[in-house]
Ligand binder design. Structure first.
Ligand SMILES: Nc1nc2c(ncn2[C@@H]2O[C@H](COP(=O)(O)OP(=O)(O)OP(=O)(O)O)[C@@H](O)[C@H]2O)c(=O)[nH]1
Ligand SMILES: [Mg+2]
Length: 281
C-alpha cells in the first residue's frame, strides 16, 4: 500500500520568507506542534531560519496523546536553545506560557538587567503547520479583543500585538509552516491527524493503514470502540466488521468503505478512540 501525497515547495519558500521578515520583530519563537506526531509536525527549514533564536516548542493537543510518550518527547526536544512543553490549547493556560517564556529568555533578560537596560516586554511569534492549533492557542490566551494592541510604533507593518502580560507580547498572526513530507510516513501521519485536507487523500487506504497501526499498538482500541472481534482479521476485514456494526452500507447491501473510513478517521482525530501517540519513542 503506497500513498502519494503532494507537498507544496512554492508555499514553503514564500512562507519561510515571510517568517524571516517577522523574525526581526521578535525575541523568540513559539512553535506549535501536534503531540501525536512531534516529528512529522515540524518544519526542518525552521532550524536554518531561526539561527540562534530560541524556541518554545509547544506540544499541543497533549490531551490526545499518551502521557508516557509526552514526557519522553519533551525530554528529547528540550535542548540548550529550545524548551519543549506539553500543552492543550483546548484548555488555555496563559500563565504557563508566560512563565515558560520568561524562563526560556532568562539569560537574555539578565544580561539586559546587568547593563541597567530595561528590556521591555518579550516579543514572540507563533509558527506551526496547518491544523496544529495556532489559532486556538492565540484565541485561548488573548481572551478579549481589548488585549489586542495596535502597531508597534516606528515599524510600518500591519502586525498586531497581543499584550498577554506586561512582560510578554505575541504577534497575533501566526506563521504557517509547511511540513516537508518527502518521507512517505510523514505525509501519512499528517493525514491521520487531519493536517492534510481529506479531499486530496485516499481515505480508504489511509484508514486501512491506521487500522494496521492501531492493531499493532493494542487490538483493544478498535475492539472496545466498535464492539468487534479482531482476532486474525486483515485491515479490510476489520473495516467490514465496523461497517456491519455501524450500518455503513450501500444499496445492494455492500459495505460503504468510504463511510467506514470517515467514521474511523474522524473518531481517531477527535480522540474518541483514546489518547494515541503515532510517533513513539
Ligand atoms: N483536542 C484538542 N483539539 C485541539 C487543540 N488545539 C486545537 N485543537 C483543534 O484542532 C483543530 C485545528 O485548530 P486551529 O487552531 O484551527 O489550528 P491552526 O493551526 O490555526 O490551523 P490553520 O489555520 O489551518 O493553520 C481545531 O478543530 C481545534 O479545535 C487541543 O489542544 N486539543
Ligand atoms: Mg489558524
Amino acid at each position: 500500500m503506497s500513498m502519494n501525497i503532494n507537498w507544496y515547495p512554492g508555499h514553503m519558500k514564500k512562507t519561510i520568507e515571510e517568517i524571516e521578515k517577522k523574525l526581526k520583530l521578535v525575541d523568540f519563537v513559539i512553535e506549535i506542534r501536534d503531540s501525536r506526531i512531534p516529528y512529522s509536525s515540524r518544519n526542518p527549514l525552521l532550524n536554518t531560519v531561526l539561527k540562534d533564536k530560541r524556541r518554545l516548542i509547544v506540544l499541543n493537543k497533549s490531551d490526545l496523546s499518551e502521557d508516557v510518550q509526552n514526557q519522553l518527547w519533551i525530554e528529547k526536544l528540550s535542548t540548550d536553545n529550545n524548551k519543549a512543553i506539553l500543552y492543550s490549547a483546548a484548555k488555555p493556560n496563559p500563565s504557563l506560557i508566560i512563565k515558560e517564556s520568561l524562563n526560556l529568555m532568562k539569560d537574555e533578560l539578565e544580561r539586559y538587567k546587568a547593563k541597567g537596560i530595561n528590556h521591555g516586554p518579550l516579543r514572540a511569534m507563533i509558527v506551526g503547520i496547518p491544523n496544529s492549533g495556532k489559532s486556538t492557542f492565540i484565541n485561548g490566551i488573548s481572551k478579549t479583543k481589548s488585549t489586542r494592541v495596535g502597531n508597534r510604533p516606528g515599524i510600518t507593518t500591519t502586525n498586531q500585538w497581543i499584550r498577554l502580560n506586561p512582560k510578554l507580547h505575541l504577534l497575533d498572526t501566526p506563521g504557517i509552516l509547511w511540513p516537508k513530507f518527502e518521507e512517505e510516513q510523514v505525509g501519512i501521519n499528517l493525514a491521520y491527524t487531519g493536517a492534510i485536507k481529506d479531499e486530496i487523500l485516499d481515505t480508504e487506504t489511509l484508514c486501512l493503514k491506521l487500522i494496521e497501526y492501531l492493531n499493532s499498538v493494542d487490538k483493544n482500541i478498535l475492539e472496545e470502540r466498535y464492539k468487534i472481534e479482531i482476532g486474525e482479521k486483515t485491515p479490510v476485514e476489520v473495516m467490514e466488521a465496523i461497517g456491519l456494526k455501524r450500518g455503513a452500507k450501500l444499496r445492494g447491501n455492500e459495505i460503504d468503505y468510504t463511510k467506514v473510513a470517515n467514521i474511523v478517521l474522524d473518531e481517531f482525530r477527535k480522540g474518541t478512540l483514546g489518547r494515541i501517540t503515532l510517533e513513539r519513542l
